[in-house]
Design a binder for this molecule. Structure first.
Ligand code: WTA
Length: 650
């Protein structure tokens, strides 16, 4: 049974664990309903209350929602605050000695950083980048391994009002260059390298390559000495240690307007060019803090661990900003779940007594394959709550997580959200909402989610449709950096009555539970990473030997989806050894153009691609061929039917 079939027939229900609920921040369905009602009765008042409760404002706001330039909604506009103050200073001196980050490196060595130390390191780096001329509103690219210095760099930018844009360390020099140029960044903060699975990740050399290829806006590069072998370029490069050596541990925070951009984060859409999603300081922090409190129920004595990389939105909301805003202790991990062996996650949970653990279905599926006796070797009794994110979780993986990792005791929060939403939108409040394997359950209080047809009309229960959010919320995307028109077109298409279009299809069952079915656009979800098919196609056709390419996804039992590329080469169609060689060339090429995560798993060569008479590539057919099926449906509009057999490899 594939995932879609199994979530359509799933009917198990797990009531909240009463022991958990007794201590939870929101401990009953009544409490959840009361919050939902509060938001319904006084929407703005509800959000104002949350913003005051969860954040510390330097200048309190008096305006709540400004919709005068919708859909560019603005929140708390006359309020001022600083994100680093909310994540650090306000916990001092009370939590000066409390551990903020337990950092476990790839090789297993552990460093602990207290809130006071975090404060001092952030202040020194903030003073350092200020001394390089970076000021409020400047863009800074961060290209770092998963080490505390990544969060320190983000918070240092926030401290002085600079706008950071983190680029995932797995992206190539080419992808990095595109992002640098789109943001017009003056500064890049990187490391000489990182360690993952015993291998070095050459970050600095990728920065060098990007800059050589042309990044006119970049003036300086700060290099953290992770490996201790940084080769610095005279003129541009500055060693992190040298930069902070003489800097003060005091840095007056720049109090910014709530709408001041906190960061840009690039994500894939349905065209070749990634979108720079812009988030605002105040609104983003409200939902980041609130969801960590409500959905993860984080408290002072928790040890929290989110395994996401800071290069993705999950790392922004659930590694750097959210947990620190609540002042909790968190684990940060540089490495990968399979190194040195597949028990790494579970050993780390035991070692650090992790109580709240948040990871992706793809990791759960991969670890599940290794068998129950791997986690059984570790003491997982510290766990009290489990979370998942990034893609639909199949009920089988959910049940394994529940049974083997959570000992049937820990609630599971399947959290649906996106880069654009900034924080969880649909997820169970663990003390209040019963869960169903494969469903992200019900919208959070204050989030008005619905499922509608292409004209914006609600569809009936159990019918698929477009997932939309009907009212603006504080942490929503403000715009696509430099492209308001694309923002409006992508997320607020005219016919949808002003609703936010998520780009996912979903259905809602008779209990009002949401079941996410997948993307409606040409975006793939490979191991929880968002990749645009057009992005991969553009990379492929940029190769001198490629004439045409089409990319589709196919179901994969660990990655969720895998990438299949159909390629037409210039000259003869490669066969046999020539085809094998070409496959390798193109996979390496895509890794160089985008990053290893975008490498097609399967590349098929054809003399042509299936097209309509007007020349449009018929992706529907390619999706069938990718899973080995000759199309059953209507192929009468196809110009060249014989091509299907060839692409099928028969
Ligand atoms: C998918 C990641 C099902 C969805 C936070 C969404 C999910 C896209 C879930 C956003 C979930 C995320 N269940 N699907 N719990 N969470 N998705 O921007 O297709 O990297 O649109 O944000 O991931 O991916 P993004």
């Amino acid at each position: 049974m594939n995932n879609l079939e199994s979530i359509l027939t799933e009917n198990r229900v797990f009531q909240p664990n009463p022991e958990f609920a007794a201590h939870a921040r929101i401990g009953s369905l009544d409490a959840y309903n009361a919050l939902v009602a509060e938001a319904q009765n006084d929407y703005e008042g509800f959000w104002a209350r949350q913003a005051r409760e969860f954040l510390t404002w330097d200048t309190p706001f008096t305006t709540i929602l400004d919709d005068s330039n919708a859909p560019h909604y603005r929140w708390f506009t006359d309020g001022k605050l600083n994100a680093s103050v909310n994540c650090i200073d306000r916990h001092l001196p009370a939590k000066a000695q409390k551990v903020a980050i337990i950092a476990e490196a790839d090789d297993g060595s552990v460093r602990e950083i207290t809130y006071q130390q975090l404060h001092d390191e952030v202040a020194k780096l903030a003073n350092g980048i200020k001394s390089l001329g970076v000021t409020k509103g400047d863009r800074v690219i961060i290209y770092m391994p998963m080490i505390p210095e990544a969060s320190i760099a983000m918070l240092a930018c926030a401290r002085i009002g600079a706008i950071h844009s983190v680029v995932f360390g797995g992206f190539s020099a080419e992808a990095l260059r595109d992002r640098i140029n789109d943001t017009g960044a003056r500064l890049v903060i990187t490391a000489d390298g990182g360690m993952r699975g015993g291998r070095t990740v050459p970050l600095k050399s990728a920065v060098d390559k990007a800059l050589e290829a042309g990044c006119a806006s970049v003036e300086k590069v700060v290099v953290f000495e992770r490996l201790g072998n940084a080769a610095l370029n005279a003129g541009t490069d500055v060693a992190w240690s040298a930069l902070i050596a003489d800097k003060s541990t005091t840095c007056d925070p720049e109090m910014v307007e709530a709408e001041h951009p906190l960061f840009l984060l690039y994500t894939s859409g349905s065209t070749g060019k990634p979108k720079g999603v812009q988030h605002a300081t105040g609104g983003f922090l409200v939902n980041a803090a609130l969801t960590n409190a409500w959905v993860f129920d984080l408290n002072d004595d928790d040890v929290y661990w989110c395994t996401a990389d800071v290069g993705w939105i999950t790392g922004h909301s659930y590694v750097t900003y959210g947990p620190l805003a609540l002042g909790v202790t968190q684990v940060m991990f540089e490495g990968i779940p399979s190194y040195p062996d597949g028990g790494r996650f579970w050993q780390m949970i035991e070692r650090h007594k992790v109580s709240v653990f948040y990871t992706a279905p793809t990791a759960i599926r991969a670890l599940m394959k290794l068998g129950d006796d791997v986690p059984a070797k570790s003491d997982l009794s510290s766990l009290r709550l489990l979370g998942t994110v990034g893609e639909p979780i199949n009920p089988e993986a959910w049940m394994w997580y529940h049974r083997v990792i959570g000992s049937e005791r820990c609630p599971i929060a399947d959290t649906w959200w996106q880069t654009e939403t900034g924080a969880h939108m649909i997820a169970p409040l663990p003390g209040a909402i019963a869960t169903k394997p494969g469903s992200c359950t019900r919208p959070l209080p204050g989030i008005i989610a619905d499922i509608v047809d292409d004209e914006g009309n609600p569809v009936g229960h159990n019918q698929g449709g477009n997932l939309v959010i009907k009212k603006p919320w504080p942490s929503m995307i403000r715009t696509i950096w430099g492209d308001d028109a694309r923002f409006q077109r992508s997320y607020f298409p005219e016919k949808l009555k002003g609703y936010y279009l998520a780009g996912d299809s979903a259905r809602r069952d008779d209990d009002g539970y949401f079941w996410i079915m997948g993307r409606i656009d040409d975006v793939l979800n490979v191991s929880g990473h968002r990749l645009g098919t057009m992005e991969i196609e553009s990379a492929l056709v940029a190769h001198p030997l490629v004439a045409e390419a089409a990319v589709v996804g196919k179901p994969h039992d660990i990655k969720g989806e895998s990438i299949v590329a159909f390629v037409v080469c210039k000259g003869d169609r490669p066969e046999g050894d020539a085809a094998d060689a070409m496959v390798k060339t193109l996979r390496d090429w895509v890794a160089e153009q985008i990053g290893p995560i975008a490498k097609p798993d399967d590349i098929r060569f054809g003399d042509n691609l299936p097209k309509t008479r007007s020349g449009k590539i018929m992706r529907r057919l390619l999706r069938g061929i990718a899973i080995g099926e000759l199309p059953q449906g209507d192929v009468s509009t196809l110009e060249n039917p014989a091509i299907l057999e060839q692409l099928l490899g028969k």
